[in-house]
Design a protein around this ligand. Structure first.
Ligand SMILES: Cc1ncc(COP(=O)(O)O)c(C=O)c1O
Length: 407
């Protein structure tokens, strides 16, 4: 159709100009589209949405999302990847895809809190039972596996209290028992250890990872997204069918933002690790601090398991994320801890970590755990997420807030 055949509004939409293909530059183009065109009805009927060989509908993927999926799978050592609108959506999609009425799911007691809420809420409503297990006891996990157990959630380290479990033995046990494992890999992010190759010889790995890309892969504190990664095509397809039926997708702009941040993830992760360890060590020497909960600290719960997995080269310092907690001594009440948090100037009060700005959150531990935590000293737990500010400036900020709150 030429311009002479159509009115201007039609011509502006069905314009004959096509930009040349193969424009190459450092960034992946942002492809957006709910609608995908087909050349003819036969092409429409033949197009497959089940793999990445073609395009059918925006929800099933674009060149931008396919590219991000492939790069994230490489980051974590997986083969297949699905993108979802948040880390929590990744958790929910895995549980909904792999569990049905009558099944049981086992969840570590220190798991990311909203995973517990989902387990106690929607999963329970659907007739899926659960048990919380002690993340630091492989024996407890073994004792809780029953013929109804279909899925075991893992997190290394656990949220807020940062205990590093014996992941290798947990996964080995589940493999022997024939139970699917899914690791919340947000902390490790594919950088601290290889979740699909825990022994370094390809013989043992988790079945699925769920990753809050919201944290390190985004790195900006401005994008919500999650991924579900596998190394097993049939398992991937089970999750993909649920993903499709639930109507989950991510925006092209958000996918591009994560693609833009991905090349610097290693630099950011290691810088935040270095600064976090400096601050964790310094805080450990302050009189108001009863305990430091950072898996790389020698007296932290599960330190030996962290070392085994994240410092495989015996001479290396090992790798950790920029996240840790401290216990403020029980002689200080909640009000004093609140003064400490409110007095920080560079640290902001906020939950979602992995960005450039350092964050602090005070927690009420007894409300978060179903079992006693004798390895955590009495007091108030405060979690820090270290950003990209200068570590000495952050230390000075902590020093002035400690002095103000605790004298
Ligand atoms: C360990 C962990 N997993 C999952 C999530 C959920 O990520 P999102 O905020 O993208 O839902 C978070 C968020 O804080 C988290 O800390």
């Amino acid at each position: 159709m030429t311009q002479a055949d159509t009115k201007l509004s039609t011509h502006l939409i069905h314009h004959p100009y096509k930009a040349p293909a193969d424009f190459e530059s450092p960034v992946v183009p942002v492809h957006k589209g709910s609608t995908v065109y087909f050349d003819n009805v036969q092409a429409m009927r033949e197009r497959r949405w089940l793999d990445k060989s073609s395009y059918t509908y925006g929800l099933h993927g674009t060149p931008t999302t396919y590219t991000l999926e492939e790069r994230l799978a490489s980051l974590e050592g997986g083969l297949q990847c699905l993108l979802v609108p948040s880390g929590l959506a990744a958790i929910a999609t895995v549980s909904l895809a792999l569990l049905k009425t009558g099944d049981e799911v086992l969840v570590p007691d220190n798991v990311y809190g909203p995973n517990k809420s989902l387990t106690e809420g929607e999963l329970a409503h659907f007739g899926i039972t659960h048990q919380y297990y002690d993340p630091m006891s492989v024996e407890d996990l073994a004792a809780k596996i029953t013929p109804a157990t279909r899925l075991v959630w893992l997190e290394a380290p656990g949220s807020v209290t940062m205990e590093f479990p014996n992941l290798i033995e947990q996964v080995r046990l589940c493999r022997v028992k024939g139970v699917t494992t899914v690791l919340d890999n947000t902390w490790g992010a594919g950088l601290a250890f290889r979740p699909f190759d825990l022994l370094g010889d390809g013989s043992l790995g988790v079945d699925v990872t769920a990753h809050a890309l919201t944290k390190y892969p985004s790195g900006g504190g401005d994008v919500l997204m999650g991924s579900i990664i596998t190394r097993n095509q049939p398992l991937h397809m089970r999750i993909k069918l649920a993903h499709m039926r639930l109507g989950l997708g991510v925006s092209g702009n958000d996918a591009e933002a994560v693609l833009r941040s991905l090349p610097s993830i290693g630099l950011r992760y290691h810088a935040q690790d270095r600064a976090a360890r400096q601050l964790a060590q310094w805080l450990g020497a302050q009189s108001a601090v009863a305990q430091v909960l950072h898996p790389a600290m020698p007296d932290a719960p599960g330190h030996a398991f962290w070392k085994q997995l994240c410092a495989q080269d015996q001479n290396s310092e090992g790798v950790a994320a920029g996240l840790f907690s401290v216990v403020i001594d029980e002689r200080f009440d909640q009000a004093a801890v609140d003064v400490f948090c409110d007095s920080l100037r560079l640290f902001k009060l906020g939950y979602s970590w992995g960005g450039p700005v350092s964050l602090v959150v005070p927690y009420e531990l007894p409300e978060m755990r179903s079992r006693a935590t004798p390895h955590i000293r009495p007091g108030t737990v405060v979690r820090f997420a270290i950003g990209l500010e200068d570590a000495d400036d952050l230390q000075a900020d902590l020093a002035q807030a400690l002095a103000k709150a605790f004298g």
